[in-house]
Design a protein. Structure first.
Lengths: 685, 151
């Protein structure tokens, strides 16, 4: 018997209309856990680098986290993986909600979709009975509208549905996959789903998820609950409001948007408006939120209420979460009222709430610069809000200039030409990023932005504060019960908090390079583990002092699955998954030249120092200087098949640069790094 | 959450279908209504009323607490036996499991004093005879017992 997972995947070939229930290898669970890890293994094994995103050979994998559907609080994530049409690299986008647990209850860990259907269809998974059904009547329907229609058609309110909107059907490169208030938005997986002519996947499950040692497992879950309750009553003091609590950013409950509106950039990630948040504005935003928010809502087995049910006069009811509250509002230099109005339509159309407003703001900039003309944008409104609605329609339908814009800023800039490339300044690896423009380079963020395979900073960061605590008292209060720190790093990380902000200990030359690597490693590894267990980052790797950490996860996994697990083994799995995904992208051409943050993300950069920390980070990870994992690293993680493939393809030569083992390399680099820092400081003076 | 946590740990697994509390869940109408399993009913009821909540019509069944042959709610998916909420008395918890995990206070638990005779505690014989009476009627059972006793 398999525990925590079902041990079966559903393989659906839409070209042939074939459906199979396939037993999975328990060994893969031990090596990669589940979710992201096992998704990546399938992509490595089955998608050679020649496969294009819109090829029938591309796979679309709906994976559930290893613990999803168990009683581990907040374990409910669906991890959707494919090859992104926008970056041409591996895409992994995730969502919460209720879909992953329902799929587990139906008896499957993943749905692996292959091929392309000739007509628009949807998949109906009802326990052991799985059907590919006609969806021609759902063509052009909004994402949420389609979900409701399918539930009605199948006559069961307990069915969980994920679906694409018209944007996905029209293969907009930033189309999302929507599910209630949740969405897997990043990197255009909705376009891949649309390309396969798969409108939706509906699931109903009535089976058990087995637990290996339920009594012990439940005790551990209770501990997580108990800690959560205490943690919610004790917000972190001395940081911005959004970092005080748990969960995804509690945007739906937050009235004070001073921090976001004055620190994040407006328009096409251009302008900071330090004086925007006046008392008058605060009052209006408060009223708009209070009058439209009906209640806060959560995902499966989670009390954190990161989402909101919104009722807007003249628009109706929809659900929203997180930062979408601000992206449209700030992209259009408008306000919350506009943000709420356009977000509903954008969600129904199924576009990414981060990328879409930026593409639209980019188009407005091009128009104002005369690169796009009235010929490209006939009857383009004067008013900025109206312009956004206009552009949304054009993009979703790929009408006129909307066809180019629907490929995202990077590709559109190159299609439009006439100097439009210069306006593409906020993308990494061809993907739009959160519009933050800050003063001084943050070295940890520099590494995470540049090298993150997720190509999305908000799902890599967490664990450490974003700014030093303002007083000694607050520093001590924070570190006194900071139990989440990995074993062996306790004193080092606590000292980092104590010293940060004192004297010369400021960015970019603080902290030391070995500490940067350790702190980045901690944040990244925890996210890679969460994406494999299906535990929401909002409960784990994203907030400060999270209920889940490297000390309780091994026992939770062990009691749930029956697999022997300890901290070292688990950390190694995090590294293995990190390297496997890196390898998929390296095989598709990713190199050091692509590991860059958004161009003008920081006003003050330090190019030479950046090169140095990137060099050291590669060494720390066991990658060569071009960002390719070395044979030693891969073999040490049990990824021999990857290094063999690299050698065959000539990506690694047999006498590749030898890199010392990771742990020791960090130690020896420490003194070198310090020397460098001092030297740089002297140079500055 | 309340229905998820319910199936542990006595069943050695998780399955909200075995829960004795389910939430009638309609985000499109901002409706989230917890429904507790009450008792078993051998036949479908004749009532086919609809309730109108927030201008949307729901069938009476959406909020019915009975384990009834017309639907799969509150029916154990493996055995087909009805499920009934016992306020976790069997598990000897201080408060029902669903209330314990509901940290947003949607569910609360209070003990209520009820007047009247305490409920009868039936043994196996009473339960058996009761079901025979329900099926065949008191008279037939009486007659059979008399016949058997006289044999």
């Amino acid at each position: 018997m398999r525990y925590a997972e079902t041990g079966y995947n559903l393989e659906v070939d839409l070209s042939r209309g074939n459906i199979e229930r396939v037993e999975t290898d328990p060994k893969a669970t031990e090596l990669y856990l589940g979710g992201l890890g096992t998704n990546a293994k399938i992509l490595w094994d089955r998608i050679p680098p020649e496969v294009e995103p819109f090829s029938p050979d591309n796979l679309l994998i709906f994976g559930t986290g290893l613990l999803a559907g168990t009683l581990a609080p907040g374990a409910n994530r669906t991890i959707i993986s494919s090859i992104s049409p926008q970056t041409q690299l591996m895409a992994f986008s995730m969502m919460g909600g209720f879909w992953a647990p329902e799929l587990k209850f139906a008896g499957y860990d993943k749905v692996v979709v292959l091929g392309k259907s000739p007509n628009l269809v949807y998949l109906w998974i009802n326990n052991d009975k799985v059907e590919i059904r006609d969806a021609s009547h759902l063509q052009g329907k909004g994402a949420f509208e389609a979900q409701e229609l399918i539930k009605e058609e199948l006559g069961d309110g307990k069915i969980q549905v994920l679906s694409i909107g018209p944007a996905g059907e029209n293969r907009v490169y930033f189309a999302s996959i929507e599910h209630g208030k949740s969405s897997a938005s990043r990197l255009g997986i909705g376009a891949v789903m649309g390309d396969k002519k798969l409108k939706a996947v509906a699931v109903r499950g009535r089976k058990d998820i087995n637990i290996a040692r339920p009594d012990e497992f439940m005790k551990l879950c209770d501990q997580v609950w108990d800690y959560t309750k205490v943690r919610l009553q004790n917000p972190v003091r001395g940081q911005i409001p959004i970092l005080e609590g748990l969960g995804a950013p509690q945007e739906m409950a937050l009235h004070d948007e001073r921090w976001h509106t004055s620190n994040f950039a407006w328009g096409n990630a251009r302008q900071r408006r330090k004086d925007y948040w006046t008392e008058e504005v605060a009052e209006k935003w408060r009223n708009d939120l209070d009058s439209s928010l009906e209640r806060l809502i959560s995902c499966y087995n989670c009390p954190l209420q990161c989402g909101g049910s919104i009722y807007y006069p003249g628009i109706g009811r929809y659900m929203m979460k997180c930062y979408t509250k601000l992206t449209y509002a700030m992209g259009a230099f408008s306000d919350l009222d506009f943000g709420f109005r356009i977000a509903q339509r954008a969600q129904e159309y199924g576009v990414d709430g981060y990328t879409a407003p930026q593409v639209m703001a980019f188009a407005v900039e091009l128009y104002e610069a005369g690169i796009l003309t009235d010929q490209d944008l006939p009857e383009f409104p004067e008013d900025n809000e109206e312009r956004f609605f206009y552009l949304l329609e054009k993009i979703v339908r790929r009408e006129g200039i909307g066809d180019a814009l629907a490929d995202g800023v990077y590709w559109a800039a190159r299609k439009i030409g006439k100097g439009a490339e210069a306006y593409d300044h906020n993308t990494i690896k061809k993907h739009e990023q959160i519009p933050i423009k800050l003063g001084m380079l943050n070295p940890m963020y520099y590494i995470m932005w540049s090298t993150g395979e997720k190509v999305n900073i908000t799902q890599i960061e967490g664990q450490i504060p974003q700014a030093p605590f303002p007083s000694e008292e607050l520093k001590e209060e924070f570190i006194k019960d900071w139990i989440q720190i990995p074993t062996g790093k306790e004193e080092k990380f606590k000292q980092f908090i104590r010293d940060w902000g004192e004297g010369d200990n400021v960015f970019p030359y603080y902290p030391s390079i070995d500490l940067i690597c350790d702190l980045v490693d901690w944040q990244e590894t925890m996210h890679y583990l969460d994406d494999s267990t299906g535990i929401c980052a909002g409960f784990s790797s994203f907030p400060l002092k999270s209920p889940y950490h490297i000390h309780n996860l091994p026992d939770l996994i062990s009691t749930a699955t029956g697999i022997d697990m300890d901290e070292d083994k688990l950390w190694k799995i995090g590294w293995r998954n990190r390297n496997l995904i890196r390898a998929i992208n390296v095989r598709r051409g990713l190199r050091r030249r692509d590991d860059k943050p958004p161009e003008d993300h920081w006003r003050k950069r330090a190019p030479e120092y950046e090169t140095r920390i990137l060099d050291e980070y590669y060494k720390f990870r066991g990658w060569n200087n071009d960002g390719i994992p070395t044979k030693e690293t891969l073999d040490g993680l049990g990824l021999d098949y990857v290094s063999e493939d690299f050698e065959q393809r000539g990506i690694l030569t047999t006498n590749s640069e030898t890199v010392p083992a990771q742990k020791t390399s960090a130690g020896t680099e420490k003194s070198k790094a310090k020397g460098q820092v001092k030297k740089r400081k002297r140079l500055k003076k | 959450m309340c229905s998820a946590v319910h199936s542990s740990p006595i069943y050695s697994g998780t399955n909200p279908e075995k829960s004795r509390i389910r939430v009638t869940f309609d985000p499109a109408n901002n409706l989230y209504m917890p429904v507790l399993a009450s008792g078993y009913t051998p036949a479908e009821c004749a009532g086919r009323y609809t309730c109108t909540l927030k201008e949307k019509k729901y069938p009476e069944c959406a909020f019915c607490r009975a384990s009834c042959p017309s639907r799969d709610l509150f029916v154990d998916p493996d055995s087909g036996l009805p499920l009934k909420c016992d306020m976790c008395e069997e598990a000897e918890l201080a408060e029902p499991a669903c209330v314990k995990v509901c940290i947003n206070d949607a569910l609360t638990y209070e003990e209520r004093e009820e007047e009247g005779e305490p409920a009868k505690i039936w043994g196996e014989l009473e339960v058996g005879l009761d079901s025979l009476i329900k099926k065949y009627g008191v008279k037939a059972v009486e007659e059979t017992i008399t016949t058997l006793a006289s044999d």
